[in-house]
Design a protein around this ligand. Sequence first.
Ligand SMILES: [Zn+2]
Length: 283
Amino acid sequence: MFDNLLTPTPLSLFLVFLYGSLFGSFLNVVIYRMPLERSIVAPGSACGTCGTPLSWWQNIPILSYLLLEGRCHACGSRYSIRYAAIEALTGAAAALILWHHGGIGMPFLLHFVFFCFLVAVFFMDLDHWIILDEVSLTGVAVGLVGSAFMPLRGDMLVAGLHPSLQNLASSVLGLLLGVAFFWSVQVIGTLLARQEALGTGDIKLAAMMGAFLGWQMGLVAYLLSFILGALVAVPMMVLRRRRGKDPVPLGTFMAVAAFLTALWGDRIFEFFLVWPEHLYPLL
Ligand SMILES: [Zn+2]
């Protein structure tokens, strides 16, 4: 397909950053409104305190925050820096993905769309401890369709099958493995800890990750989710001396693991294969 539409140069990376930050602006609306069951299309953005609608120059990603010095033009109440941070993050991710793939093609598009879904999941889970079906199940559909248009992945299941069908089969298997893996963690965790270890929202998120990543990279991402979760949650629990409920929801770690795996899954997979060897001298 169209593989090298825009090679990474300082100018193209900057333009893609600007374009990506517009998506970040939309993601802010999604993250803020969807859990409150409000429309993400209308009305336009307004100040959360006084309700004054934002004019076009107050709606420019990142720049408006700097121009307004983080305050509402009408009432002067402070805006959270998180809005500008998500815009910058999304722009930076778009540039990073372009640089990683060496041009705009299906891999760029699929991974940027995947990133947008993951950002929405990350912040909604952080704020409300929920992963909305509208996000995760839409992600499953987009991941499956998108995979069929990707170049052939390395995790072939049946030799001789058309690349689109290969990728689709890999994504369906990834989805099923994700559901099976997280569902069994839920069941075992509930038996051992006598409380729900993870929610059905996390299981649907695993399905979305499998749909986007395929079965092999899906497994890498599932494993990495728990490793990241343990690396962050255990020290936090020790520091705060909090027992029981995790201080940070699992979905946020799954989202980070999924993005890392989408771009560097091969290296992470190699690391998983090699690191036990480093442990042998210790035994
Ligand atoms: Zn205001």
